[in-house]
Write a protein that binds this ligand. Structure first.
Ligand SMILES: N[C@@H](CCC(=O)N[C@@H](CS)C(=O)NCC(=O)O)C(=O)O
Length: 345
């Protein structure tokens, strides 16, 4: 008996040693998305049909905050941010397109909600932009608070959380409104611009973008009220944890890079850094990239191509850009915001 238990301890010790030595490179789930992407040579990325600063087709290709996440993923997988096929999707079509496999990832101002994850069997691996719903209206109305909005016609895009929050807000505050819902953002904004509605409602980030497309942007104001939580981020299908992890840790790598002061300008120095956190990020220490199914230098590839989270924010939507959105909640937690990524270690 004594010999048997000694043998058992021995076997367990060997098994434990073997387990710790085994590199668990492929995380659970059926890891078919990354393989399919590599075989195809491009990532199919679902974006909006056109929101200035977020995802818009320009003469030189797609650009914007949401587009840069697609570019970052392509940089991580192919070391080439251009290896993306953009699929413009309206609000109603976006999730079905992801479920059917027509796209690998949706990066389109989409709010992470419980029903979208559980009911639609999707995963939102990270929040990339903390938003909330607001109202845009004509300056001449002299309205300064959303609580003054009674008996108004509201233009909204259907198939969105915006449409649902709108009903909640007016019901909760005993205010009357008439909803004019449109399938596309272009039609909703056109109707508002033509005077068919008193108010246009959407995520505040999109109000900033859509205001620029109006015939006289300066005649319209965004009310200060924010009536909902809209945590926006990329979405993927359930059942492929390897790909979900790549999307999640690409978003986290962008944030961690900003926190560590690693930018497109300082990335070459970061590769030579002796700071442990920077070395793990740059892949000069550890095998974090390989564990994810990528390469050691995956973050270097990303930062060289698109910059860090702060650079992406400022370039596309920040105060110096046409949209002029302050960082606000989207500032790093170390600077008074709530943007916080788990560490690479
Ligand atoms: N974040 C909200 C709203 C997203 C949304 O689709 N908003 C419209 C309002 S402008 C939009 O972006 N449309 C752009 C398009 O359909 O291309 C959601 O996930 O439901």
């Amino acid at each position: 008996m004594k010999n048997f238990s000694r043998l058992l301890i021995h076997v367990c010790a060997i098994a434990a040693a073997a387990l710790t030595a085994l590199p668990l490179y492929v995380s659970g789930g059926s890891a078919q998305t990354l393989a399919a992407i590599k075989q195809r040579g491009v990532i199919a990325c679902g974006v909006s049909e056109g929101i200035y600063g977020f995802s818009i087709e320009t003469p030189t290709g797609w650009a914007g905050f949401d587009v840069d996440l697609c570019r970052a993923l392509a940089a991580a997988v192919f070391n080439d941010p251009t290896k993306v096929r953009y699929v413009p999707l309206d609000a109603a079509a976006r999730f079905a397109s992801l479920q059917s496999g027509a796209i690998d990832v949706l990066s389109r101002n989409s709010t992470w909600t419980m029903s979208r994850e559980i009911g639609l069997k999707l995963v939102f691996p990270a929040v990339t932009y903390y938003d909330g719903q607001g109202f845009l209206l004509r300056r001449e109305r002299n309205i300064t608070s959303a609580l003054e909005l009674d008996n108004v016609k509201v233009c909204v895009q259907g198939g969105t959380t915006t449409e649902l929050n709108l009903g909640d807000f007016f019901r909760t505050n005993n205010l009357k409104f008439e909803r004019l819902a449109f399938t596309t953002a272009i039609d909703a904004v056109k109707a508002y611009d033509a005077g068919r509605c008193d108010v246009f409602t959407s995520d505040v980030s999109q109000l900033h973008a859509e205001r620029l497309t109006l015939s006289t942007p300066d005649d319209h104001v965004i009310l200060p009220d924010v009536i909902s939580k809209e945590p926006l981020g990329p979405a993927v299908r359930q059942g492929d944890e390897q790909w979900a992890n790549i999307v999640k840790w690409t978003a986290f790598a962008l944030i961690n890079a900003e926190e560590l002061g690693v930018s497109s300008k300082s990335i070459e120095q970061a590769i030579r850094s002796d700071k442990p956190e920077v070395r793990r990020l740059a892949g000069t220490e550890g095998d974090f990239g390989e564990q994810a199914g990528l390469t050691k230098d995956w973050v270097v590839r990303i930062i060289r191509s698109v910059g860090n989270y702060g650079e992406i924010f400022e370039r596309n939507v920040g105060v110096e850009s046409k949209l002029g959105i302050p960082r606000g909640l989207n500032q790093l937690w170390t600077n008074g915001g709530i943007v916080y990524a788990p560490p690479i270690r």
